[in-house]
Design a binder for this molecule. Structure first.
Ligand code: DQA
Length: 150
């Protein structure tokens, strides 16, 4: 099983960026944790981070071309306004699980309360810091064969 993990804008700054919200662990710590979890599940992961919306769209298309089994996507702020990302997720057959470190729906900025990509994704895990990603990996590992897009 091959899973593409995509991390969007500003997630490269984990550890330095608003640590009261996102914690003190770094982006490298996140990658290490995900590699360990994937190894335990015997899942192959390809982990990417980019600050560019178009590259995330290209990565969705790449997952389709390369026949990945699933995508775990933390689209960061793009979650809240990128209709292009919604369309990209709809355009591919690869199931996408949305993840967030925090729970955007309970944060103080109202614009975070809406995810424009949520309906194109098969599931969302949020508010559990790195564990949100681990829950997404467990979910895909267990459900991939029966997962269907809405
Ligand atoms: C985030 C939540 C988003 O609202 C925010 O823009 C991020 C990170 C999270 O993982 O909690 O950059 O996706």
């Amino acid at each position: 099983m091959r899973i593409l993990i995509i991390n969007g804008p500003n997630l490269n700054l984990l550890g330095q960026r608003e640590p009261h919200l996102y914690g003190h662990e770094t982006y490298q710590d996140l990658e290490t944790r995900l590699q360990d979890k994937a190894a335990a599940l015997n899942v192959e992961v390809d982990i990417r981070q980019t600050n560019f919306e178009g590259i995330i769209l290209d990565l969705c298309h790449y997952a389709q071309q390369e026949a990945f089994d699933g995508i775990i996507l933390n689209a960061a702020a793009l979650t809240h306004y990128s209709y292009a990302l919604y369309d990209a997720i709809q355009a591919i057959d690869v199931p996408v699980v949305e993840v967030h470190l925090t729970d955007p729906k309970t944060r103080k900025e109202h614009w975070r309360h809406t995810s424009v990509i949520e309906k194109a994704c098969i599931r969302t895990f949020s508010g559990q810091h790195f564990k949100s990603y681990e829950q997404a990996l467990d979910f895909l590992h267990t459900n991939l064969k029966t997962a269907h897009k809405a």
